[in-house]
Design a protein around this ligand. Structure first.
Ligand code: AMP
Length: 417
């Protein structure tokens, strides 16, 4: 039995899945991002303090693996912290800026539902060492471009907000605390817990009554000093100039503690409760947790593969090219060797080829259709006697008889048409 909160992918699904992967890496290439890989296994210290001890990810959702004296291993719940560790250990902080991308499985012990799994996959990009607001703009532009390329632009929308600097955020947290205190008894259980431990997360409450209380709560915008306000306004203005539509969502707070200034999410109304397909933001202070002496301005995002996949599958936003196999059918065992020989010759030409050995011709033709054959080549006794074979164009349902000597060249000529 499949483990709760995990999914299998059938071959046809895997093709769509791989298409999304290919699109992601093509976008990375266009924006100059290079792929890195970190292990799935990390020391808990990579995450616990850096993501925030009171965040759901650290306090409730981490998968622990093994304890050995002072080493506690976990399955990574996200990869920005892992990439920071990689930069530090690989000497990349000495060669800034870095534009890095990754893709791989993440693990969170969450209550599974549609679009929320315990093993899921993230695409992520991190632009490390660029302080200009243009890094934010380009990073967001890249995210939107990715959505467009996988056909999800119409189904998703960008939300953006700023968390300001640490001191601005502290002043805001205090104001939010003072505002919410008289309502504390009315807040949902979850929000009361967040009120005590991580007050900004109350803004994220899905509870209707909490949301009503929050309607007149102070907003971060009023706590920004000149510099942060200008930074945010520059980003918004540039997004407009680039024709990227957005909504400023004053309740947008990200689940992890390391963010400052810009935060953003791409959401969809089409997936039920799990509306976020991509999330990101600035994390200028994180590199210091990994040994850097000064803040290292950085911004990045991560997108959830399974949610993108579900959307692309349900709404058929991405066409996957047919497999275009060539299928060779040897009608008697005596032609099996010949069939294999021609299959090898076609493969040498870079053409995908399979042989089908058993069953009636009808059954074998059915298999060829299922294999999405572009052509089927039939080695039948009468034709073979004359050193010919039947070439069937599966799309057009047309057949012709070809000399064996012309077989490879003919298939090659028409394969890409
Ligand atoms: P986060 O690291 O929480 O900001 O998540 C970034 C993206 O990863 C989200 O927008 C989702 O698309 C995806 N994601 C996060 N958690 C899960 C999960 N448990 N299952 C599936 N996708 C997830």
């Amino acid at each position: 039995m499949r483990v709760t909160g995990t999914i299998d992918l059938l071959p046809s699904q895997m093709r769509l899945y791989n298409k999304i992967c290919e699109t992601f890496f093509a976008i990375c290439k266009l924006y100059g991002y290079e792929e890195v890989a970190t292990p799935i296994l990390e020391d808990i210290r990579v995450f616990d303090r850096n993501l925030g001890l009171e965040t759901d990810v650290v306090s409730k959702e981490m998968f622990f693996l093994e304890k050995k004296q002072d080493e506690t291993l976990v399955l990574r719940p996200e990869n920005t912290a892992g990439v920071m560790r990689l930069c530090q250990e690989g000497g990349l902080f000495q060669k800034l800026p870095q534009r890095l991308a990754y893709y791989g499985p993440m693990f969170r012990y969450e209550r599974p539902q549609k679009g929320r799994y315990r093993q899921f996959h993230q695409f992520g990009v991190e632009c490390i060492g660029v302080a200009s607001y243009m890094a934010d703009v380009e990073n967001i532009q890249m995210a939107v471009h990715f959505m467009q390329e996988i056909g999800l632009a119409e189904l998703t929308e960008l939300e953006i907000h700023t968390l300001g600097s640490e001191s601005e955020r502290d002043a805001y947290k205090q104001a939010l605390h003072d505002y919410l205190l008289p309502y504390k008894n009315e807040l949902s259980e979850n929000s009361v817990r967040r009120f005590d431990k991580n007050i900004l997360r109350v803004l994220d409450s899905k509870n209707v009554h909490d949301q009503k209380i929050l309607e007149t709560a102070p907003v971060m915008r009023n706590f920004l000093q000149m510099e942060s306000a200008k930074y945010f306004d520059n980003i918004l203005e540039s997004l407009e100039n680039f024709g990227i539509s957005y909504t400023v969502n004053p309740f947008l707070v990200r689940g992890l503690d390391y963010y400052n200034q810009t935060v953003f999410e791409i959401k969809t109304p089409a997936l039920g409760a799990q509306s976020a397909v991509l999330g990101g933001g600035r994390y200028d202070g994180l590199a210091q947790q990994f040994g850097e002496k000064t803040p290292t301005p950085s911004i990045g995002w991560a997108a959830g593969m399974e949610r993108l996949f579900l959307l692309a599958q349900e709404h058929q936003t991405l066409s996957v090219p047919p497999r275009k196999n060539i299928v060779i059918i040897a009608m008697t065992e005596a032609f099996d060797q010949e069939a294999q020989k021609y299959a090898s010759l076609l493969r040498k030409e870079g053409i995908a080829c399979l042989t089908v050995h058993e069953g009636t011709l009808r059954k074998r033709m059915k298999i060829a259709s299922r294999l999405e054959a572009k052509y089927t080549i039939i080695f039948a006794p009468k034709e073979m006697e004359n050193k010919t074979a039947i070439l069937r164009d599966m799309m057009r349902s047309e057949e012709r008889i070809l000399p064996l000597a012309d077989l490879i060249i003919t298939v090659k000529k028409h394969y890409d048409t």
